[in-house]
Design a protein. Structure first.
Length: 191
């Protein structure tokens, strides 16, 4: 079907906290060793050119054009200025985030697997039709980081101070902290 997600596709990821937690975005330089850009959500998908555009890359040698399946290991490559780096966990979440199950801060890294599996994410489809295991555009997904076999779920947590930003992004031990949909992301086509 035409709306299946394929490796090599470019997407936006919209967080579903309170119905619209913003779009996954790079915003400013990051501080961690090997890090490239800080990651937060933005109020719009194209805050600064391609800052909110992500390319789906296989973490298991699937060819470009192959369909993405729920449970696959993926990389998310940001396309800001043609190479915004790979979505990555780097350093501890803030103390406030840790008080609610936060594990790691999220930024982008210059290359894949900066520190072991720090850039690898397992994608889980929450909703899809038909129920054939394929991820589709407009589906809701969760992203589990595989760092040290316990990298946590990608989530929004606390306000961000970045220009045009909405929420900070970290990983969390809980699959839906506070039942607020902070770990739910809608896969949207780049328009």
């Amino acid at each position: 079907m035409a709306n299946e997600l394929h490796y090599g596709d470019r997407i936006y990821l919209q967080n579903l906290y309170q119905g619209d937690g913003g779009y996954l975005d790079v915003n400013g330089l990051a501080n961690g060793g090997g890090a490239r850009y800080a990651v937060s959500t933005a109020t719009v998908s194209n805050r600064d050119g391609l800052s909110g555009t992500w390319e789906i890359v296989s973490g298991s040698c699937q060819a470009a054009g192959a369909p993405v399946k729920s449970g696959d290991i993926i990389y998310l490559r940001n396309l800001y200025q043609n190479d915004g780096g790979y979505l990555d966990v780097n350093g501890a979440a803030s103390a406030v985030q840790q008080s609610g199950g936060g594990l790691y801060d999220v930024s982008t890294a210059w290359g894949k697997d900066r520190d072991g599996n720090s850039s690898r994410w397992q994608i889980f489809d929450v909703t899809s039709s038909p129920g054939d295991g394929l991820v589709r555009l407009n589906d809701t997904v969760q992203l589990w980081n595989t760092y040290s076999n316990r990298g946590g779920f990608l989530e929004t947590n606390q306000n961000s101070s970045g220009s045009g930003a909405r929420y900070d992004v970290d990983t969390n031990v809980y699959s839906n902290r506070g039942n607020t949909n902070v770990t739910f992301w809608k896969v949207l086509p780049v328009t």
